[in-house]
Design a binder for this molecule. Structure first.
Ligand code: GLN
Length: 568
């Protein structure tokens, strides 16, 4: 049988595979990311791979209602939102190679088969697909100390089988001290408060039936596992008792690494992977992370998020970016969802009660009218506003309609017959090929004008942020919009990237998505700026002073985020 996998430590030294049992949605990704964070705290170079056993090649076209937000990496890959959690927990940037899907593996193998690369072989799931999976995992791990590999879905799903078989082979080919298998399961409580281990036993049995014996078991539950429960799981699932860990519900995901550390997960993993001689003493490891994520908040602000999805996961990176900004400023941020699609009295009230407004990105027309109304409200009432991607575009539309009085102005994406397509596809005369139909993805640099709000918050005249859009500000309207008072303070060649309103306390729109680069310890400048302005407006509000008068340039200094704090 052909094998492409002679063991080579330069392609990743150590691997921690993470599978899930009993049911999905257990927070397996957070458990995996927390394991990675603990290893990073101990000074190891850690990366992660997310395996998604679906046939889509990538997450680009996936509906946020089913899968939550589509996350964008710096290389422009559109990936599962779990990669966002890994980037935020590990503080590293990943690439398309770090998201492996069934679609990618099959697409590659089938195209090789069509090209005649298999020389008459029968092309099969084993070994061709499994070899491709192993090759991809090793490639993503190249040059790192530890690679965390999370397998999406639940053990027993048909879709996951080729991946679990690839892991079985991986285990077979790898020295035992270089690999751990963590299985995350559910430990429910019975009505009389007893912790039930049967679902865990069954899911481990399922895992063993395909040749995988877990090294570590993590029980997700409402509360910590009792010592008796741990012993029972250990006995029936054939792992040492000290390899059974609790992962009870916590209010803040960034506290999970601290909690599993308390249970000794990092010590166990480091010892089992034979890394103890390279790690600093336990007491020194988690200090910085603890400091970073357990700040006391002295103040609180309310932010309205005006979107069309009620699901928090659909805007997860924005929620996290607001949280990071809050950590940076020791402010507790409460996000209130305002339904852009149906803004009833209750939701209108939420908008009016907010200290700041965020209008997120999106595709299609649903909710655009509500977004435009919310932007108008923020502009006219001096409420701090941050518009992201579609939120930026709707900011242009709102200004064109209500200030420039260009009746019916819109984005060509939403109203193809608009008399004023202030947002449209860029004409090909820019000299770039195929611009019209393609999506602009990934990290691109923006030049920022000096002496603007944008330059104050970024602390300089350029920024590099991630993009995911197709439409642009229509060059034919730029002069009129600027003459009317809207300022495009950031550009990338002839593309408008940042807008602001000089007369407003904080009115900022970005064609890019700054939320994708935000990390604990490296908050995103537009979000920190929003929070500072919201804080000021909330104080003014408390004093009953929110007025319509504009503020002078000098007031801006307080919004400057300047140099972001050092990332972990
Ligand atoms: N739908 C808009 C575009 O394609 C905005 C995209 C977004 O908000 N991510 O340009």
């Amino acid at each position: 049988m052909p094998t492409e996998t002679n063991y080579d430590r330069s392609l990743g030294r150590k691997f921690v595979f993470v599978t899930g049992g009993v049911m999905s949605g257990l927070g397996k990704g957070i458990t995996a990311a927390s394991t990675g964070r603990l290893l990073a705290n101990a000074g190891f170079d850690v990366t992660a791979v997310k395996i998604d056993p679906y046939l889509n090649v990538d997450a680009g076209t996936m509906n946020p209602y089913q899968h939550g937000e589509v996350y964008v990496l710096k290389d422009g890959a559109e990936v599962d939102l779990d990669l966002g959690n890994y980037e935020r927990f590990l503080g590293t940037d990943m690439t398309a190679d770090h998201n492996i899907t069934t679609g990618k593996a099959y697409e590659h193998v089938i195209s090789k088969e069509r090209a005649g690369d298999y020389l008459g072989d029968t092309v099969q799931i084993i070994p061709h697909i499994t070899n491709d999976i192993k090759r991809r995992v090793r490639k993503a791990a190249e040059g790192t100390d530890v690679c965390i590999v999370e397998v999406g879905g639940t053990v027993g799903d048909i879709e996951g089988m080729p991946f679990l078989e690839a892991i079985r082979q991986f285990v077979h080919e790898t020295p035992p001290e270089d690999l751990l298998l963590t299985h995350v399961t559910l430990v429910p409580f019975s009505k009389n408060g007893e912790q039930k281990t049967k679902p865990t036993q069954h899911s481990v049995k399922e895992l063993r039936s395909i040749g995988l014996q877990p090294d570590i078991l993590v029980g997700r539950s409402e509360e910590k596992l009792d010592p008796d429960t741990k012993e029972k799981i250990a006995l029936f699932c054939d792992v040492p008792t000290e390899a059974v860990f609790s992962n009870p519900d916590v209010a803040d995901i960034y506290h999970v690494p601290l909690m599993v550390e308390e249970e000794g997960l990092d010590r166990y993993v480091i010892e089992e992977l034979d890394l103890a001689s390279e790690a600093p003493p336990q007491a020194e490891r988690t200090e910085r992370w603890r400091e970073l994520v357990t700040q006391e908040s002295d103040e609180q602000v309310d932010i309205a998020l005006v979107g069309k999805y009620a699901l928090e996961d659909a805007y997860i990176s924005i929620h996290e970016a607001l949280k990071h900004a809050g950590l940076d400023r020791s402010v507790e941020v409460t996000v209130h969802w305002v339904n852009a699609d149906r803004m009833d009295a209750d939701h209108e009230q939420r908008l009016q009660d907010a200290d700041g407004v965020v209008v997120p990105g999106g595709f299609g027309s649903r909710g655009s009218a509500g977004k435009i109304e919310a932007i108008r409200y923020a502009r006219e009432h001096d409420v701090p506003f941050l518009g992201l991607c579609l939120g930026f575009q709707m900011g242009v539309v709102e200004y064109a309609r209500n200030v420039l009085e260009l009746e019916g102005a819109h984005s060509a994406e939403i109203d193809s017959a608009t008399p004023h397509p202030v947002i449209g596809l860029l004409p090909n005369q820019l000299g770039e090929e195929d611009l019209g139909g393609t999506m602009r993805l990934g990290a691109h640099e923006t030049d920022i004008d000096p002496d603007t709000l944008a330059s104050a918050i970024y602390g300089g005249t350029s920024c590099t942020e991630r993009h995911r859009h197709r439409y642009e500000v229509n060059p034919e309207y730029i002069a009129a919009l600027e003459a009317g008072g809207l300022r495009f303070s950031g550009r990338s060649d002839r593309r408008m990237e940042i807008l602001e309103l000089p007369e407003h306390p904080y009115f900022l729109g970005t064609q890019f998505h700054p939320e994708f680069r935000s990390r604990p310890g490296r908050a995103s400048p537009p979000f920190v700026g929003l929070l500072d302005a919201a804080l000021e407006s909330s104080t003014e509000n408390d004093e009953g002073e929110r007025g319509n008068e504009s503020r002078s340039e000098g007031d801006r200094s307080s919004t400057a985020a300047a140099e972001p704090t050092e990332s972990l």
